[in-house]
Write a protein that binds this ligand. Sequence first.
Ligand SMILES: [Zn+2]
Length: 426
Amino acid sequence: MKPTIFLFSIILICSCQSPDKQEDGGVAYVGGTIIDGSGNDPIPDGVLWVQDGRVVILGTKNEIDLPSEVEQVDVSGKVIVPGLINGHGHVGDVKGIEGGHYSRETLLDNLRKYAQYGITTVVSLGGDREEAVPLRHLNDTIPDGRSRLFIAGEVITGNTPEEALEVVQENHEMGVDFMKIRVDDNLGTSSKMKEEVYRSIINKSHELGYQIPTHMYYLEDSKKLLDAGSDLLAHSIRDKVVDQEFVQYLKQKGVGYCPTLTRELSTFVYEDTASFFSDPFFLKVYSPEEIQPLLDPKRQEQVRNNRNAQIYKQQLPVAYENLKILYEAGVPIVFGTDSGVPTRFIGYFEHLEMEMMAEAGMDAKGILMSATSVVARELQLKDLGLLEPGYWADFLVLEANPLENIRNFRRIVEVYIGGVKLKDTE
Ligand SMILES: [Zn+2]
C-alpha cells in the first residue's frame, strides 16, 4: 500500500470511531445531585466529568474548574446515580415468555432490555454458551446500547467429582467469569448434589481463580456451603428463619447473600392476573400480546394447583424475614433477581425486586448500595458500581431522588454506559 493511501485509511478509521466529542475534553454533567453509590452523602449542584468512557472527577460546581474544551450538559434538578447491577440474572435464552431461544440475537435483545430499565451490568449465572463469550469482552471497552455482561457458563452438575470437574474444565476453556452450582432438591422433587461433589467443584474453581456462587434453598445446606467455601449464597434461605449462629458464621466468612425475591414471586404470581401487567412502566417494553398466555384461566388454575408454586408462596415471608435479619446484622446484600428465566421479566423485575427489598425492611440507601457498590465489590466487578475517578461512567439520570423513595429509580431520563447515552430510554 502506498504511504498516502495508508495515511488516508487511518484518518478514515479514526473519524469513524470517534463520532462524538469525547476525543476533546469529554463531557461534564452539571448542576444535578450526584449519588456516588458509596453511601456518602449526595453531592448537591454537582459536576460529573466523563472522558473516554470513564469518570475523570466529580464534586460540587465550586470545587471543580472545568477546562474550556469540556462540553457541558445541564442536568439541573436531576439526580445522577450509578447504573444498576444485577448480580444474578440469566441472559440469552428468553424471547417473550418462552425459553429455548439461545442465540446472539437473543443475548443482544436481553441486554438491551436490561439497559432500557437502567440495569447497566448483568451477571448471568448459568446457561451461558459460546455465543456469549465475544459479548462479554465488551466489559473491557464501551458497549453501545446494551448492558455489560459477565457469564458463568454451564451450571456445573455431576454424580461424581470426576464428572463435575469435566464441566469445570469446559467452562474454564470457554472463558467464563464465574462458576455456578446448584445444591437443592427442588422441594424434594429431584436429587441434591452430594457434598463430596460440590466440595471438589469449589476447590477446583478456587484453584483456577473463580468465585463460585451457589443456588441453595435450605438453611442446613447454606451452612455446609459456607464451610465448603461458596462465595455467594445466590438465593434466599426459605425453609427456616436463620439462627444467630448462622448469622455470625456468614459474617465471619464475609460471604454475600443474594435474595432474588422476585424469583419466588414469579412462581405463584400468575395464579391470577399480575397487577403489574397494567403498569405503564412494564408496558413500555413488554407488549400485551407477549403476556397473553399468562392470562389464560386454565394456565392460572394450574399455578393455583401447583404444589411447588404454593410452597414457594407460603415461604416468601421467611425469605423477607431472613433478608431483614441479615441486612441489619451487616451481611453484604448482593442485588440479584434471577430474571431472564421465562416469566421473570428482564429489567422490570429488577425494579420490583428493589420494591420487595424495601417491603422486607431494607432502607432506600441500603438497596441503592446493594444494587451498585455492594454487588460490584462482592462479585469483584472491576471499576463498576461506583461513580469515582477511573471507574466506568455507567450512570442513570433520574427525575427524582431514589433515596427518598426507591420507586424513583423508575423515573429514568437517560441511561449512560461507558459514557455513551442509550438512545432508547423513553
Ligand atoms: Zn439463577
